[in-house]
Write a protein that binds this ligand. Structure first.
Ligand SMILES: Cc1cc2nc3c(=O)[nH]c(=O)nc-3n(C[C@H](O)[C@H](O)[C@H](O)COP(=O)(O)O)c2cc1C
Length: 291
């Protein structure tokens, strides 16, 4: 049997050194635990999931050196606001009539349109709400025929590959009723092309990156407002998403790396012989659920 002489044990002999070391190790252990407790967000970030859903903000890394973050948006006085005071005569019903009259067109007249109308429509789009008021959009308006031609060349070359090689046959089948193909005459016919870029991040005054939360949703809402404004101005357009053309179009227009093309809208009046598919919209009973 092994006998341990307690009085001669190393631990007992050197307890005055060993005890503080033990307490320090214990302290570090609990400090780390406490830190983790303070930041449950970090736990979610690790798993990247929240109730099985992607954790929004998971890609925003904590900066260990920063104790308190400065808001990107400058602090401003909160002023009284009485709610909507400029309204459309006829209200919601009139607005519905206007937007229900919108159709995507793929054949444009070359009738000129004062630039100021386009500018006002973009001003309207710029009133859109955006994540943390980051306003993560850039609207590039092209009227120069030579640039329109270059845009068309880029898109038609890429769309040829999309239609013939890249898109699933189900996808091309789904597009058949719309009579679309890789030839995009509207890109040179329409008086204006509006290329809408989402800024996936912005810049702080010190040059550092600024987070643009929900940038795609924000720019999509702005695009919706733009479509309504164009419609209210009697103009027509077409939402297009030129597949795999973003980088080439961004280079053509010398846009920076933080901007990604979201949609391209040709804008103008419908041509004399313009035709659209006779699409039916879902009745309100199918899209509205009440509780
Ligand atoms: C996100 C989005 C992407 C679209 N992309 C294209 C496109 O690349 N080419 C095209 O001809 N139409 C495109 N469209 C237009 C749709 O085909 C059109 O909105 C749909 O057929 C309904 O027709 P309407 O706009 O006349 O109501 C797109 C529409 C949306 C909202």
């Amino acid at each position: 049997m092994i006998q341990i002489n307690i009085n001669q044990s190393l631990i007992v002999q050197h307890w005055e050194y060993i005890l503080p070391i033990f307490l320090v190790i214990l302290g570090v252990f609990y400090f780390k635990k406490l830190k983790a407790f303070k930041s449950p967000r970090e736990e979610n970030v690790k798993s990247n999931k929240l109730d099985g859903e992607e954790y929004v903000g998971a890609d925003y890394k904590d900066d260990e050196d920063i104790d308190e973050y400065t808001p990107a948006l400058e602090e401003s006085e909160h002023i009284p606001f009485k709610g909507a005071s400029i309204t459309l005569p006829g209200g919601a019903e009139a607005f519905y009539e206007i937007v229900n009259n919108r159709r995507s067109i793929r054949s444009f007249s070359n009738k000129t349109i004062p630039f100021e109308i386009i500018e006002t429509c973009i001003k309207a789009a710029g009133t859109s709400p955006s994540g943390a008021h980051t306003e993560p959009w850039t609207f590039c308006v092209i009227s120069d025929p030579s640039i329109k031609t270059q845009v068309r060349e880029i898109i038609e070359a890429e769309e040829y590959l999309n239609y013939t090689q890249r898109m699933h046959r189900q996808w091309t089948a789904d597009l058949k009723p719309l009579h679309t193909d890789h030839i995009k005459e509207y890109l040179t016919e329409a008086p204006y092309l509006i290329l809408i870029f989402k800024q996936i991040y912005g810049f702080k005054p010190n040059g550092g990156r600024k987070q643009h939360y929900y940038n795609e949703i924000s720019v999509s809402i702005a695009t919706g407002i733009l479509l309504c404004a164009l419609q209210a101005a009697g103009l027509s357009s077409l939402v297009t998403t030129p597949l795999n053309c973003g980088p080439a179009l961004r280079n053509l227009l010398n846009r920076p790396q933080n901007e990604k093309l979201l949609v391209l809208l040709p804008v103008g009046y419908a041509s004399e012989d313009c035709k659209v598919p006779n699409l039916k919209r879902k009745p309100v009973e199918d899209i509205l659920v009440t509780y």
